[in-house]
Design a protein around this ligand. Structure first.
Ligand SMILES: Nc1nc2c(ncn2[C@@H]2O[C@H](COP(=O)(O)OP(=O)(O)OP(=O)(O)O)[C@@H](O)[C@H]2O)c(=O)[nH]1
Ligand SMILES: C[S@@+](CC[C@H](N)C(=O)[O-])C[C@H]1O[C@@H](n2cnc3c(N)ncnc32)[C@H](O)[C@@H]1O
Ligand code: SF4
Ligand code: SF4
Length: 356
């Protein structure tokens, strides 16, 4: 944490209070981590044991989250909200938070990224509360690989969660898969076949250096090109001509090699390491304890909770948030892209504690 608040951005033109940074980017996509706690321990994210959870009183309350979203949307130009974690389903007041935000913003797209454990029991209530759509993380269709990757034996619960979310209309439903060399990379075509069959949009995510164990190695990760190569055995891929619109995922149209030209659906690849998209980044993040992280790899965090709890006005909160975003680094938490470069420093926190 910096000792002082970050430098203030220049005075905005009247009426323009957006979250701009020094490189001309405008953050419109708000990601809030609801809780740092998780019921899985994916090897690329959390350690096998340990990692103390934040005490409850340090988490943003439902009312604070509602207020931050209101300030973001009404004053700072936020246009979409993503709820994440840790595992957002672990938060007991999740449906209440969604309902409160939905009540304030009838047209705001509200999505959630989840590991799917417990989703079967909650999907309908979340949809009724006003959740728009959902992304579920699923790296493998095999129980043994699931247990190796997540260190828990919950594949059946995740599958049931995906079914329930689909039935509840939380669509388009996207599946996030991190490929790990020698564990689930050979499964890439099978995961795609399964997703196409069910009408889910699969995205393969390059593993980033955000694991608590600091075990990431650039020369051992499965790259976007490796992934395309794995898929090319079974499918033809062509870049989707649609506007990417700041999305991390590059989308590809998928055709079967057996019936060339017949488009079966799409697949996305999120190549944060080898084909970074920082130049068009539109993200602003708030951690579960209410700190703004202007970049996933920021080493500076700006606390809003103390302001919220000290009677600050909306304007004061918005100004602090804008100042944090003004200081956003160019890319990958530094002045250039290069995860794994000599001058890259991995954040102390794991992905689960930042909010993926
Ligand atoms: N480098 C980088 N990677 C990100 C960022 N946001 C998300 N990701 C990666 O993309 C993965 C998928 O993120 P999701 O939470 O599903 O969100 P999304 O892909 O932006 O969302 P939609 O396509 O709109 O549903 C995350 O697990 C991260 O690995 C970001 O700002 N920077
Ligand atoms: C941190 S999790 C939080 C939400 C929820 N627990 C889940 O797993 O979907 C969000 C996303 O981050 C991804 N993720 C976690 N660690 C990662 C890493 N080191 N590199 C790339 N993606 C990662 C997960 O696969 C997941 O899709
Ligand atoms: S990726 Fe999601 S499910 Fe896996 S340990 Fe991290 S926060 Fe938990
Ligand atoms: S690494 Fe930082 S700048 Fe690059 S896309 Fe992610 S959040 Fe944006």
């Amino acid at each position: 944490m910096p000792a002082l608040p970050p430098p203030a951005p220049p005075a905005a033109p009247a009426g323009d209070q957006r979250l701009v940074d020094r490189f001309g980017r405008v953050a419109t996509d708000l990601r809030i981590s609801l809780i740092d706690k998780c019921n899985l321990r994916c090897t690329y994210c959390m350690p096998a044991d340990g990692l103390a959870w934040l005490p409850k009183e340090r988490l943003l309350t439902a009312a604070e989250i509602r207020r931050l979203v209101r300030i973001g949307v009404q004053d700072l130009g936020v246009r979409e909200l993503r709820l994440t974690g840790g595992e957002p389903l672990v938060r007991h007041d999740l449906a209440d938070i969604i309902a409160a935000v939905r009540g304030d913003h009838p047209d705001l797209p509200i999505s959630m990224t989840t590991n799917g454990v417990g989703l079967a029991e909650k999907a309908r209530a979340l949809a009724d509360a006003g959740l728009s759509r959902i992304n579920v993380s699923l790296d493998t269709l095999h129980a043994e690989s699931f247990e190796r990757l997540a260190r828990r034996n919950f594949l059946g619960r995740v599958m049931a969660g995906i079914d329930a979310a689909s039935a509840a209309g939380l669509t388009p439903l996207k599946i996030n898969a991190v490929l790990m060399r020698g564990i689930n990379d050979a499964e890439a075509p099978e995961l795609l076949a399964w997703s196409l069959l069910h009408g889910y949009e699969l995205r393969f995510i390059e593993q980033m250096p955000l694991d608590a164990d600091h075990g990431w190695r650039r020369d051992n990760m499965v790259t976007a090109e490796d992934t395309r190569e794995l898929l090319r055995g079974e499918y033809d891929l062509t870049v989707d001509p649609g506007d990417r619109d700041g999305a991390p995922a590059e989308r590809y149209r998928v055709a079967s090699k057996r019936e060339p030209g017949v488009v079966l659906g799409t697949v996305g690849i999120i190549a944060s390491v080898t084909e970074p998209f920082c130049a068009d980044c539109r993200r602003t993040r708030i951690t579960a304890e209410g700190r703004v992280m202007s970049c996933l790899f920021s080493r500076e965090e700006t606390d809003l909770t103390a302001l919220l709890r000290s009677g600050a006005t909306d304007r004061e909160v918005a100004d602090r948030w804008r100042a944090a975003m003004w200081a956003k680094p160019r890319a990958h938490g530094m002045g250039h892209t290069g995860l794994g470069a000599d001058d890259f420093v991995q954040p102390d926190r794991s992905m689960s504690a930042i909010g993926g």
